[in-house]
Design a binder for this molecule. Sequence first.
Ligand SMILES: [Zn+2]
Length: 480
Amino acid sequence: MNDFEAGRPVVLRGGTVLPMSPSGSRRVLPRTDVLVTGDRIAAVGPELEAPEDAVVIDASGGLVMPGMIDTHRHMWQTALRGYGADWTLTQYFVWFYLEHGKLFRPEDIHAGNTLAAIEALDAGVTTVVDWSHGLRTVDHADAAADALESVPGRYVLAYGNIQQPPAEWTAAPEFRDFVRRRVTGGDMLGFQIAFDVLGDPSFPERPAFEVARELGAAVTTHAGVWGATSDDGIRLMHEHGFMTPETIYVHAASLSADSYHRIAATGGSISVSTESEQSAGQGYPPTWAVRAHGIPVSLSMDTSVWWSGDLFSAMRATLGADRSREHLEAHAKGETVTHCGLRADQVVEWATRGGARALGRDDLGAVEPGRKADLVLVKNEHSPVSFPILNPFGHVAFQAQRGDVHTVIVNGRVVKHEHRLLGVDLAGARAHVERTVEHLRSTMGDAAWEKGMNPDIPSAKVLDNPYTYTDYRSDATHRL
Ligand SMILES: [Zn+2]
């Protein structure tokens, strides 16, 4: 069907390469080629010799960077894209946890996951942790895994179930059976266990941690979420010895310095979802605080029920929130920030290498020979925003957007080229999602559906203004 099917070598010619190598993330390589053979980056350098059968992609005028990595996305919820735009976290909990989450059938999980996976690839997000907490039966879990295996990206299924305590569902024989059947240690579909630690002093989550340890699976947990999880959960995990380097703490937005010390000391990482924290209410996006603790950071989008499923938005929002807080903290002391602490190259690093580090995947997140060929070419000849590229990191963080993703390569395979996805059934995904929306809407009823999407607006009075003229008309008339 196209030039890219046969596993031919690929060479990206003449782009500006952002290697994001651990040895120096600010490095930029102008007019550089990247050669891909098999599933690996074979060479990076100027005017490379490529095998005769290599497909040539003209990367001139564009930026070649590692595929981006999202460490926390509830992919099943993408079937309801944008539905919760005006929600708070409380409304989200009521809708999904208490009222309607149980309406999702396995085919609905499949529909959401498939669309989310396609959406991620399109935006240059080549690895996504599917924080899949709608798996109330193993049939749901099989549907989630089937969907992820049907789209040519790299995924980590973080298995969760909000309808049962984690100690229960992780102890179920069918869960063990799922792990035996589906967790094969393959390169394209990883596995984690996803649950939250609610701070009960008896630490009822302990058996779930023990299962994770026995299975060799990392735990990912929503930590520091205002009104839900707090310092108590972190302290309990620490005291019971379950804070480990592979643990991912999502949000970590309302924690004290004591919790950050515990995370830093045990080597875990924080997944920051700035757009989410800014509008749902978990707490202030925490990069401004965690930077001081030296805790590794990765970025995530959380859920397309509210937010955009691309990491350009995440980078932009994170820079803004961090700098905004730095200015505010200074102003509160009567001081002025003259130099930004957080730089554009740092958020690009968090969106790429930071995710690789969080997932223990040293073979991802950098454009270097020997690493896996997960690559993104940002280039858009039809866009007035595509030039001049004077500051490549600033361009990625503040200028580029998903429409500028020209080419995406995952595991050596070209999955998007000249702004078009290859080998992806978008029409099929659309039909599935339409069936899911119809199922949810008809089961809930139109009134509940509309009410869920349009929460009440708190009444707010416009303040009296002491500078308003009250009689200028009559004054003017009198003078006439
Ligand atoms: Zn989340």
